[in-house]
Ligand binder design. Structure first.
Ligand code: PLZ
Length: 456
């Protein structure tokens, strides 16, 4: 492998918050080196693995992602809500570097180590509710949700699982079944897992009778569906994202979640909050459930937990998690020591650098500017979200029909702003900046967005 002098020198400077916090375009996007690597990707990796923005990354940190051609892009994606503390965050780098030199793996089920236990203790303490809890660690969000359902079924002796329109929970057989959207997640991948039922989500912007009736009507319809189609006594769990992520950053109408929790409590149904995307300070609370005082029986976390190292957790009521027999839960890599050290570094960073407040501050900058854009830009139908989990829903002026977000995202990319799309109808632009992004980059990103949207 040949390295040019230039690429060697950038490689030694490292990433993280020390990278120049600037947008810098030195080639078109993607540039020639990225295009060359993308061609290799096309022949080595199956087409099923899509690409949002085909620039190949060499460094990232703070609010920027730097590519192989030397372009520095403003990061409004955080690797899909993962690098909340920023890429190569110093405390994460330091802890993981130390750990990788000490030992890399033993399998926690074979010979345990302290960092795994410490992560579990911290999650038991920090997640909503002061009841007695247990936590175990796995590798991905899907694995966490799937395990939460296993625990709920085992503990209740019931089988049915209730999920919601616009929900996303993963790509394994069970979690793909729990996921609402056919393309691209489910198409021709059936048959799906049995005993999964879908209820309406309280989606204020598109609720047929308007946003004011949304919470009550959606909750009533959910409860009626459960009573009539399943029977509450047959339901093991209700699984819901407190803000639907992939489904389009849908914040359920206020009052909906508490009503569902109340019904679950009254009927012995395990309420599982999927906080894989909303967790770890993203929404301006450490966990999004806190906003309406929701205390889930089980909470699933991943993504932001470990700054990009693969880690996920199932945290919940001790009586539920302890119901499973010895050896009934686990996996080879779950709670890998590098990922656990990363998680401890993330939790320290969130606390010591005040990232919950920082997420709120980001929302306070973004929401007013986006609402001002909405005033003069008819394709912006809705602006919503909390903290640093913000989106705009695009509509065709006049009809309100979904207006596709992909081309607008591509134009942002060309200007050096990394944004993601979402939504059941593919018409949502979502913004998930790292919580450490400096204000000037946040504002510059919004200015680009404003320009691109006004040109449509
Ligand atoms: N639950 C709420 O957002 C992952 C999906 C990316 P994994 N979301 C990003 C893609 O297209 O595959 C997610 C989520 C919620 C579960 C998951 C699944 O988490 O770590 O991707 O398995």
């Amino acid at each position: 492998m040949s390295h040019t002098v230039e690429s060697m020198s950038t490689a030694t400077t490292g990433g993280g918050p020390g990278l120049p916090q600037e947008r810098r375009l030195v080639t078109e996007i993607p540039g020639p080196r990225s295009r060359e690597m993308f061609a290799r990707k096309q022949s080595a990796v199956p087409a099923g693995i899509g690409t949002t923005l085909p620039v190949f990354v060499t460094h990232a940190g703070g609010g920027v992602v730097v590519d192989a051609d030397g372009n520095s892009l403003i990061d409004f994606g955080s690797g899909i809500a993962v690098t909340n503390v920023g890429n190569a965050a110093p405390r994460v780098v330091e802890r993981v570097s130390r750990q990788v030199a000490d030992f890399t793996h033993t399998c926690f089920m074979v010979t345990p180590y302290e960092s795994y236990v410490e992560v579990c203790e911290k999650l038991n303490e920090l997640t909503p509710g002061d009841h007695e809890k247990r936590t175990f660690l796995v590798n991905s969000g899907a694995e966490a949700v799937e395990n939460a359902v296993k625990v709920a079924r085992h503990a209740t002796g019931r089988q049915a699982v209730v999920v919601f329109d616009h929900g996303y929970h993963g790509r394994t057989l069970l979690t793909m079944t729990l996921t609402a959207k056919n393309m691209p997640y489910k198409h021709r991948f059936g048959p799906f897992a049995p005993e999964v039922y879908r209820a309406p989500l309280a989606y204020p912007f598109r609720w047929p009778t308007g946003p004011d009736n949304c919470a009550d009507e959606a909750a009533a319809q959910t409860i009626e569906m459960i009573d009539k189609q399943i029977g509450a006594e047959n339901v093991a769990a209700v699984v819901i994202e407190p803000i639907a992520g992939e489904g389009g950053f849908i914040v359920p109408a206020r009052g909906f979640l508490p009503k569902i929790v109340e019904f679950c409590r009254a009927n012995g149904i395990v309420f599982i909050a999927d906080e894989v995307q909303t967790g770890f300070a993203r929404t301006g609370d450490l966990f999004a459930c806190a906003d309406e005082g929701i205390v889930p029986d089980i909470i699933c976390t991943a993504k932001g937990i470990a700054g990009g190292l693969p880690l996920a957790a199932v945290t919940g009521r001790a009586d539920l998690l302890d119901a499973v027999h010895v050896g009934g839960l686990g996996g080879t890599y779950g709670g890998n020591p590098l990922a656990c050290e990363a998680a401890l570094g993330v939790l320290e960073t969130i606390e010591q650098d005040g990232l919950v407040e920082r997420a709120r501050h980001i929302g306070e900058i973004m929401l007013p500017r986006l609402r001002a854009i909405q005033e003069r830009t008819p394709i912006v139908g809705d602006v919503r979200g909390r903290g640093a989990m913000i989106a705009v829903e695009l509509v065709t002026p006049g009809t309100g029909e979904p207006y596709p977000a992909a081309e607008i995202a591509r134009r942002c990319h060309a200007e050096g702003l990394l944004v993601l799309t979402a939504g059941t109808y593919g018409n949502v632009l979502r913004f998930l900046p790292p919580l450490v992004i400096p204000d000037h980059l946040l504002n510059e990103g919004l200015t680009i967005l404003e320009k691109v949207l006004s040109e449509v």
